[in-house]
Design a protein around this ligand. Structure first.
Ligand code: PGA
Length: 255
C-alpha cells in the first residue's frame, strides 16, 4: 500500500453552522494558520455562505465546497441547487451522502449515486460519505455495508471520473458524538472502502483514491488517525468550526 500515491485532503464540514459574516470572519482567522499546508484544505459550507467563503478564501490555499447538490441540471425542483450553479459560484467540492442526509432527508444509496454522477458531470469533486451504524457494526455487517455503499455510490462512475472522487468513511456512531473510532478501526474501515474500489477498478486505481476518515476527528486524535496507511485525510465537523483546532489537524496531515 503506497500512501504517497494519493492526495491527503483535510475538509471541514460546517453543517448548518455560520452565517455569511461569520464565514468571512472564520476564514480570515484560518487563512494564516493553514497557509503552509502540505495537503489540500477544503471548507464545505452552507449554500448561503458560499459567496462569502469564495471571497474570503481568494488568493489562499483554502478551497470551497458545498454540502449537497441536486442530481438534475435544472428544472422544477424547488429548494434545490445544481452542480452548474455551484460551479459558477467557484465551488470545487461537494459533500454527498452524509449520514445526516441519509438519516433525516431520505437520502438513499441510489440518490447518492445520482448526485455523485451529477457532481462529476458538472465538473465538481465529490466527497462521498459512507458509514455503518452502531447496530450494523455490532451485527458484524461493517465490511459488507461499507463495500455495498461504496460500490452503489460509484455505479457508472468511470475510472477517469474516479480521479475526482474522495470517499469519506464516517462511522455513524462516531459523528458528533465525541466517540472517535480507534485509529485501527478507522484504518480498517478505510481499507474496506479501498478494497471495494479495487474489486471494481483494480488495485492500481484503488491505490490512488483518497479515502478520508470522519467522526469526531479533533486536534488531539488527528495525529494518530492520520498516521494510518489507509487514512488519507479527514472530514471534520465540530473541530472545523474552530480555526486553531482545524489548523492543528491540517498540520497533523503535513507530517
Ligand atoms: P464531527 O462530524 O467531526 O463533528 O463528528 C464529522 C462529519 O459529520 O463529517
Amino acid at each position: 500500500m503506497n500512501k504517497a500515491k494519493r492526495r491527503t485532503v483535510i475538509a471541514g464540514n460546517w453543517k448548518m453552522n455560520k452565517t455569511p459574516s461569520e464565514t468571512t470572519a472564520l476564514i480570515n482567522e484560518m487563512k494564516p494558520l493553514v497557509k503552509d499546508a502540505d495537503c489540500d484544505v477544503v471548507l464545505c459550507v452552507p449554500f448561503v455562505d458560499i459567496a462569502a467563503a469564495i471571497e474570503a478564501s481568494k488568493g489562499s490555499n483554502i478551497r470551497i465546497g458545498a454540502e449537497n447538490v441536486h442530481f438534475k441540471e435544472s428544472g422544477a425542483y424547488t429548494g434545490e441547487v445544481s452542480a452548474k450553479m455551484l460551479k459558477e459560484c467557484g465551488v470545487e467540492y461537494v459533500v454527498i451522502g452524509h449520514s445526516e442526509r441519509r438519516q433525516y432527508f431520505g437520502e438513499t444509496d441510489q440518490t447518492v449515486n445520482l448526485r455523485t454522477l451529477a457532481a462529476l458531470n458538472g465538473g465538481l469533486k465529490a466527497i462521498v460519505c459512507v458509514g455503518e451504524t452502531l447496530e450494523q457494526r455490532e451485527l458484524g455487517y461493517t465490511e459488507t455495508l461499507l463495500k455495498y455503499q461504496t460500490k452503489m455510490a460509484l455505479t457508472n462512475v468511470t475510472a477517469e471520473q474516479l480521479k475526482n472522487v474522495i470517499i469519506a468513511y464516517e462511522p455513524v456512531w462516531a459523528i458528533g458524538t465525541g466517540v472517535t473510532a480507534t485509529a485501527e478501526q478507522a484504518d480498517e474501515g478505510n481499507g474496506f472502502v479501498r478494497s471495494a474500489i479495487e474489486e471494481v477498478y483494480g488495485k492500481d486505481v484503488a491505490e490512488t483514491v483518497t479515502v478520508q476518515y470522519g467522526g469526531s476527528m479533533n486536534a488531539k486524535n488527528a495525529d494518530e488517525l492520520l498516521s494510518k496507511v489507509n487514512v488519507d485525510g479527514g472530514l471534520i465537523g465540530g473541530a472545523s468550526l474552530k480555526a486553531e483546532d482545524f489548523s492543528i489537524i491540517v498540520k497533523a496531515a503535513n507530517k
